[in-house]
Design a protein around this ligand. Structure first.
Ligand SMILES: Cc1cc2nc3c(=O)[nH]c(=O)nc-3n(C[C@H](O)[C@H](O)[C@H](O)COP(=O)(O)OP(=O)(O)OC[C@H]3O[C@@H](n4cnc5c(N)ncnc54)[C@H](O)[C@@H]3O)c2cc1C
Length: 381
């Protein structure tokens, strides 16, 4: 199916597929084993102008398009989901600036992000604020020309590697969620400290760190939007990034299915390739059905988001939850098709299964996506 993609979008997909096959596939095992941040690969991706995909033209990009981001992330994730998320999170750092940044902030940060010279990160989660994202304890106190920020953030993707961090902190703890504000924080700001890189199950070619803020002074010009707008900015950002995580999940599932079909054609048992057994054929067919359904949903939600519609939280949550559940099911079945060999690190399917799991957890767990969807239903009917 061509999903009504334009010729340009098809070409974009093809270019990235070839890049991922040529440049990422040969090193993905090493990146996974050693848990390496893929800086060299990201630099190559910048040369292909892939960081321009999420920046408006006036700041050196080719226009923020959630669909184009989905196409890029899907193709990278088909080969390595860790590289895909490292790339996607640069966009996650740019989106709040695009949405609520003033002209000076946009001019200062977006051109560097479009060129792939400035990496972004998005810091909302804290030890006590995971699913309960509004329970942020980090505080920002205005003192003269600076906000003094104290607190910490947990599991921040690109932490330590990124140059620009969107940090959600409370400027008015008595107001709860309405007291949260968003700040642009640069790496190297005195009092900004990074924890050790987390040792993870999957997406090991990406890095997550704790961030600590110890009387960190941030110029007051770095406030994004207005005081009290932080939670809204965070939710608007997540609405845009959830379809992209859905696309990451589609890419993971696609990669795993392709491996399963190829293996099933060559593995012989009972004197026949296992693909001749209906039990295996039905598993493969179910994988294909689920992947097509997930991809169709992700692309149509991405188009809906790009159409300029005001609210698409429900649809974004659906795309993320459905595609990530598909990725988990498909990758688990791909391991099953490989039998005992699938459980071994010599074959790529166990990695796809490890990588798939995170897509059900981050950017809001799938329980939280279902809460978002159910709340929308309660309002609608
Ligand atoms: C690899 C990785 C990368 C990440 N990157 C980032 C990042 O870049 N920036 C960032 O800000 N955060 C990031 N996160 C954080 C991530 O978004 C949170 O881990 C996630 O939202 C869940 O929060 P938690 O881990 O505190 O789980 P908890 O909130 O403690 O949830 C535990 C369990 O309880 C369930 N649960 C909680 N509340 C409810 C409820 N009301 N109803 C039903 N079930 C519920 C959850 O679904 C889950 O199953 C990352 C996390 C990981 C693991």
């Amino acid at each position: 199916m061509d999903y009504f993609l334009t010729e340009e979008q098809k070409k974009l997909k093809e270019t990235i597929r070839k890049f991922a096959e040529d440049k990422i596939k040969p090193v993905r095992k090493e990146l996974d084993e050693k848990s390496l941040f893929p800086r060299e690969i990201l630099t190559e991706m910048a040369k292909l102008d892939l960081f321009r995909l999420f920046v408006p033209e006036e700041y050196g990009g080719i226009g923020l398009s959630i669909l184009n981001m989905c196409l890029a992330v899907e193709e990278v994730a088909r080969v390595d989901a860790g590289v895909a998320v490292s790339y996607a999170v640069v966009g996650l750092g740019a989106i709040p600036i695009i949405l609520r940044g003033n002209e000076e902030q946009k001019k200062k940060y977006l051109p560097g992000m479009a060129e792939g010279k400035l990496y972004g990160a998005f810091a909302l989660t804290e030890p006590e604020a995971g699913s309960d994202a509004g329970n942020v304890k980090t505080t920002a106190r205005l003192e003269g020309d600076y906000y003094v920020i104290n607190g910490s953030k947990k599991f921040i993707t690109n932490g330590g590697e990124a140059d620009v961090y969107i940090v959600i902190a409370s400027t008015n703890p008595t107001k709860g969620v309405r007291g949260l504000s968003a700040f642009i924080v640069e790496k190297g700001t005195p009092g900004f400290i990074f924890g050790k890189a987390e040792d993870k199950m999957g997406i090991r070619a990406s890095v997550q760190r704790e961030l600590y803020f110890d009387d960190m002074k941030v110029p007051k010009e770095n406030l994004l939007g207005r005081e009290g707008e932080g939670f809204r900015i965070a939710m608007m950002t997540l609405d845009r990034s959830r379809p992209i995580i859905g696309a990451q999940a589609v890419g993971i599932a696609q990669g795993a299915m392709e491996e399963a079909v190829k293996y099933a054609k060559t593995r012989v048992q009972f004197g026949e390739p296992i693909i001749s057994f209906q039990g295996i054929q039905f598993m493969l067919a179910d994988m294909a059905i689920q992947i097509e359904a997930a991809r169709s949903l992700v692309y149509s939600v991405a188009r809906f988001a790009d159409s300029g519609v005001k609210s698409f939280s429900k649809e974004a949550a659906m795309a993320k939850a459905f595609a990530s559940d598909v990725a988990m099911k498909v990758t688990t079945d791909a391991v099953q098709v490989f039998g005992g060999y699938g459980y071994m690190k010599d074959y790529p399917v166990e990695k796809y299964m490890r990588d798939a799991k995170i897509t059900q957890i981050y950017e809001g767990t799938n329980q939280i996506q279902r809460l978002v969807i159910a709340r929308a239903l309660m309002r609608e009917y």
